[in-house]
Ligand binder design. Structure first.
Ligand code: SGN
Ligand code: CA
Length: 540
């Protein structure tokens, strides 16, 4: 006889706790459970060792708030409405925390949400407004209004999480806790304690740091996320505005202004620490810059990027360790599902890029590991095509609660507990354009072997990537006769997926029109009104 998971739960009457740990922009290349070249993350790795590591986990839309909306609703962006960072989240959506709360779970959220409004379904929350700040951050709280907390954001979010577990948790109830870091999001300010060590680190370069984008259609070349040409000297690499002036280096984006804003938040003792380290970096740079070639500049910027990005991750790893230590010491490990993931992946110099948005692996895929010692065997690895779309149904399934019929994911519980689980392809749709980084709109089907991608809006171009033969994703083989029959099959599969998930061009066009209208009124960050007006006129 087949006994369902919820029946087992009903028999044991021991619903699991759920801890959802998510960082912002954490590339899997920067987790040692996946890749040991860049950084060691012994604490995050503890989760993988105790449970299962996913090597093919992906997001449905590689950008912050849309990923969070998909996680909470179990629906693709076009149905939950949060297609980009620009529009506010529609709080009439039903989210899994609301369902868990209504079914007796105690719920709490700490850290970054980025919805432009407060979450429903939480007994307690303390969230960063918008992107939040690394130093002395403000929080919007459920019970204390708006507060400012002194210190470093990753430490503070962890303190809040641990305080809640120690002081507010009701042991009679199962709990669902969302612990959501801002790090390692731009502009990569690390904790003071890591400054000396991490700003002297050298990282290996990725093979495609000097990608010239020649093998693909135009969007890769047109995107504004190349480290050499789009990463700012002051705002990102922390070259002083005065150093830029003395060397006559032109600004990139809101370069100097962004640097001043970040530094303006530091208190005198924090600032003294940063000044000491930045003085050294600036002095070395002033000596080196005059003889640097364009290649040297790319290499220098990549190293500075890695130092700061990886620096922020040192404290994420330490703080995840603090949480795991607490759970272990308080006998809360066995029947707690612990997830570690990111809202999307990130380019660490692959294709010469930083940021995300594109469907090429480093941003489309995301780190994912899950432990639940009482149910999931330790030390597993899975290459199944799982997505952030699956979390809502996974957690509801684990709690023995039927999921609403219109959720679009698939519970991962059978997969993680050794039962049968199947998915041949996943669907992706990125919308935020024209916007910062200028990554064209695109949708795609991804199987283990191929990606078929359609770039639309400012271009109309198809790409076919052979994931096995071309793991670096440098060559579009869409027009290669050898792939004619594969192309045909993938087109059919893509049409079927769009139908299955109810995505169609009418919905997309609706979002484009609303977005462009806002851009024309100057309401879209990074898009000049004039440019928006030209694009709008061209569409008509
Ligand atoms: C900010 C960053 C961008 C980044 C977006 C979205 N610029 O606007 O580089 O792509 O956030 O990131 S910054 O100059 O303000 O740092 S997301 O993770 O929130 O989607
Ligand atoms: Ca993000």
């Amino acid at each position: 006889m087949c006994v369902s998971f919820s029946q087992i739960l009903a028999q044991t009457n021991k619903r699991p706790n759920i801890i959802f740990i998510m960082s912002d922009d954490h590339a899997y290349q920067a987790i040692s459970a996946y890749d040991q070249r860049l950084i060691s993350t012994p604490n995050i790795d503890r989760i993988a060792k105790k449970g299962i590591l996913f090597t093919n986990a992906s997001v449905t839309n590689s950008i912050c708030a849309p990923s969070r909306a998909t996680i909470l609703t179990g629906k693709h962006s076009h149905l939950n409405g949060k297609v980009d960072n620009h529009f506010k989240f529609d709080t009439t959506n039903i989210t899994f925390p609301q369902i868990l709360q209504a079914n007796g779970y105690q719920t709490a959220m700490f850290g970054k949400l980025h919805f432009g409004n407060s979450p429903k379904g939480f007994d307690q929350f303390k969230i960063l407004p918008d992107q939040g700040n690394y130093y002395n951050p403000d929080f919007i709280t459920k019970k204390e209004g708006n507060i400012k907390v002194n210190g470093y954001v990753t430490d503070i979010i962890t303190d809040m999480t641990l305080d809640w577990l120690k002081q507010e948790r009701t042991p009679e109830k199962p709990f669902m806790l969302m612990y959501l870091h801002k790090a390692p999001h731009r502009s990569w300010l690390m904790a003071e304690r890591h400054l000396d060590e991490m700003t002297q680190k050298t990282s290996p370069e990725p093979k495609t740091l000097f990608d010239d984008y020649s093998g693909r259609t135009s969007p890769a070349k047109e995107a504004e996320m190349n480290i050499l040409t789009s990463m700012s000297w002051a705002g990102d690499n922390k070259i002083y505005p005065a150093t830029m002036d003395s060397l006559k280096i032109p600004e990139i984006g809101f370069d100097k202004q962004r640097f001043k804003m970040e530094m303006g938040r530091l208190n005198p003792s924090q600032k003294a620490n940063f000044d000491r380290v930045y003085d050294r970096i600036n002095a070395e740079f002033i000596k080196a810059y005059p003889s640097m070639t364009e290649q040297d500049k790319m290499r220098w910027k990549f190293q500075r990027y890695m130092q700061d990005y990886l620096g922020t991750l040192r404290s994420v790893d330490e703080n995840v360790g603090r949480l795991l230590d607490y759970l272990e010491a308080n006998n809360l490990m066995e029947n707690t599902i612990i997830v570690y993931t990111s809202d999307q992946g990130f380019y660490l110099g692959e294709h010469g890029w930083f940021d995300k948005r594109f469907i090429y692996d480093e941003s489309f895929k995301t780190p994912l590991m899950v432990s639940w010692p009482s149910q999931i065997k330790a030390g597993q690895k899975s290459n199944a095509l799982v997505q952030n779309l699956d979390f809502a149904q996974t957690f509801l399934d684990a709690a023995g609660i039927p999921a609403p019929k219109d959720m679009q994911g698939q519970s991962l519980i059978p997969l993680m507990t050794g039962k049968s689980w199947k998915r041949d392809a996943v669907y992706y749709h990125y919308y935020e354009y024209p916007a910062e980084h200028m990554v064209n709109r695109h949708y795609a089907i991804v199987t283990k072997k191929y990606k078929l991608i359609h770039y639309y809006f400012s271009t109309d171009a198809w790409e076919l990537i052979d994931r096995e033969k071309d793991p670096l994703e440098l060559k579009n083989v869409y027009n290669d006769p050898a792939y004619a029959s594969i192309r045909k099959t993938l087109h059919k599969q893509l049409d079927a997926l769009r139908l299955k998930y109810k995505d169609n061009s009418t919905i997309s066009n609706g979002y484009i029109d609303r977005f462009l209208n806002d851009a024309v009124e100057g309401k879209v960050f990074g898009v000049p009104k004039q440019k928006a007006a030209e694009m709008k006129a061209k569409r008509k």
